[in-house]
Design a binder for this molecule. Structure first.
Ligand code: BGP
Length: 466
């Protein structure tokens, strides 16, 4: 027994990080369109509107909007079974609160899904991946309950339009990032206090539950998942206080999954709200809504693990989560992210033990500096090594631990803009894109060594990893 026959091998992107064409065909602005590029030491700026002279990488990105046919053909060549992508909400509802959807935006994704079908690629669609329409700022974005209805209007539009074309959906990318970087997660200022964040999170959780129910009503074939930013941590030591601190950190992250998988807030979270004086903006019927909208599967991103102890003070810095501790057993990437393939097996076990739902790894990969060499070749053995070791551990989780794993989509299967730093030079792809950090270049695509390697992996259903 190895990976199931229908295992969904593939890759993942997000609209704001690859599409570009930020005003084409009636698209409105979203939260990512006012974020400048930074780097490993320079945080991205969030500007008040678009300012002259600043570099906003989402505006051009890799022009996936214009070149999706070429890109999907390359995914098809690798043998992808699945393409995880997101719909840019502001292409469908340019201001977020429009009464009618934008037909040009809808037609674009029709063409994308049709292209996927040509190659037998199953689309897995993230409904909101770090791209909240900027027009919703006037409501206070997700802190306002009205936004739940706007999101549902968007969901209903796309569920109906793409019925039969899309069967797999994720309601929010990395929903637990509302606790870490609320602007990115949902257009809430990063300075927002805990009460504000928890209000916005409540509305997203409610919206997710309503979306799950609606998706099932519109098409019983629909499978809707939640998406967890893979925050997994080890206690700093066997000091019980370190263990407790780690449990609390994991609960702070996992409560989002608890609500989406179980349909209610866990006791530890409710007690914490009482202690902090946080009152959720609950209305009659909400509890039933949450219970009726539990997800069909759990998906997550997995890049690194962290160490948490009694002295931990969380700090988000240039796209990294810092806990104040480092793990001496693990190497790190050039961006300081630990490399921990074995942690992926732990993560799969932890999530399956906790929820007993099918799992899917929808992001994993190595952000690295690549070099385009003479003859347009890119030798990236480091990427192959990273992915190979993670796939091996995933395989153990399936074979030895009996985890029902639906699929694996590597992050940034084609080079795209980094979410954390806004750089192009933090590359994850099997396909190299000729663009610099200002998204200037020919934008030509070239196959890296890892392209040919991943093709073999897929063709052998994960058996040939050499
Ligand atoms: C996840 C996000 C992606 C993404 C990835 C890699 O958190 O869902 O959008 O980009 O991380 O992060 P980065 O781009 O910062 O390297």
């Amino acid at each position: 027994m190895s990976f199931p026959k229908d295992f969904l091998w593939g890759g993942a992107t997000a609209a704001n990080q690859c599409e570009g064409a930020y005003l084409t065909d009636g698209k409105g602005l979203n939260t990512s369109d006012v974020m400048t590029a930074g780097d490993v030491r320079t945080p991205r700026e969030i500007t008040d509107g678009i300012l002259p002279g600043k570099n906003y990488p989402s505006h051009i990105a890799i022009d996936h909007y214009g070149r999706f046919k070429e890109d999907i053909a390359l995914f098809g060549e690798m043998g992808f079974k699945c393409y995880r992508m997101s719909i840019n909400w502001a292409r469908i509802f340019p201001n977020g609160d429009d009464a009618q959807p934008n037909e040009a935006g809808l037609a674009h994704y029709d063409a994308v899904f049709d292209e996927c079908r040509k190659y037998g690629i199953e689309p897995l669609v993230t409904i909101s991946h770090y791209e909240t329409p900027l027009g919703l700022q006037k409501y206070g974005s997700w802190t306002n309950r009205k936004v739940v209805d706007f999101y549902l209007r968007y969901c209903e539009t796309i569920f109906k339009r793409y019925k039969g074309k899309v069967r797999y959906w994720l309601t929010f990318n990395e929903i637990n990032c509302m606790s870490l970087m609320p602007w990115t997660a949902g257009g809430v200022p990063n300075s927002a206090d805990e009460k504000t964040r928890m209000t916005a999170a409540y509305h997203q959780l409610l919206a997710s539950a309503r979306a799950v129910k609606l998706a099932h009503e519109i098409d019983p074939e629909n499978k809707v998942g939640m998406m967890y930013a893979g925050m997994f941590s080890y206690p700093n030591s066997c000091d019980p206080d370190d263990i407790q601190a780690n449990t609390e950190f994991m609960n702070k992250m996992l409560f989002y999954c608890d609500v989406q998988a179980r349909g209610y807030y866990p006791a530890y979270k409710l007690r914490e709200f009482e202690r902090l004086g946080i009152v959720l903006p609950q209305q009659p019927g909400d509890a039933e809504t949450l219970r009726a909208g539990t997800v069909d599967f759990i998906s997550f991103s997995y890049y690194f693990t962290m160490v948490v102890g009694k002295k931990t003070q969380l700090n988000m810095d240039c796209g990294s989560v810092n806990t104040g501790y480092t793990n001496p057993y693990l190497p790190r990437t050039a961006w300081g992210w630990t490399i921990d393939p074995k942690g992926l097996r732990h993560a799969l076990n932890l999530l399956y033990d906790r929820y007993q739902l099918p799992l899917m790894v929808v992001e994993n990969g190595l952000g690295a500096y690549d070099k385009l060499e003479e003859g347009n070749v890119i030798h990236d053995p480091y990427r192959i090594e990273y992915l190979r070791e993670h796939i091996k551990e995933m395989k153990k989780a399936v074979e030895l631990d009996g985890i029902p794993l639906m699929g694996y989509t590597t992050w940034g299967c084609i080079d795209i803009v980094s979410a954390g730093t806004g750089e192009m030079k933090k590359r994850y792809g099997f396909i190299y894109v000729d663009a610099d950090d200002a998204c200037q270049g020919t934008l030509d695509r070239y196959r890296k060594d890892s392209f040919y390697w991943y093709k073999k992996v897929i063709a052998s259903n994960g058996e040939d990893l050499d």
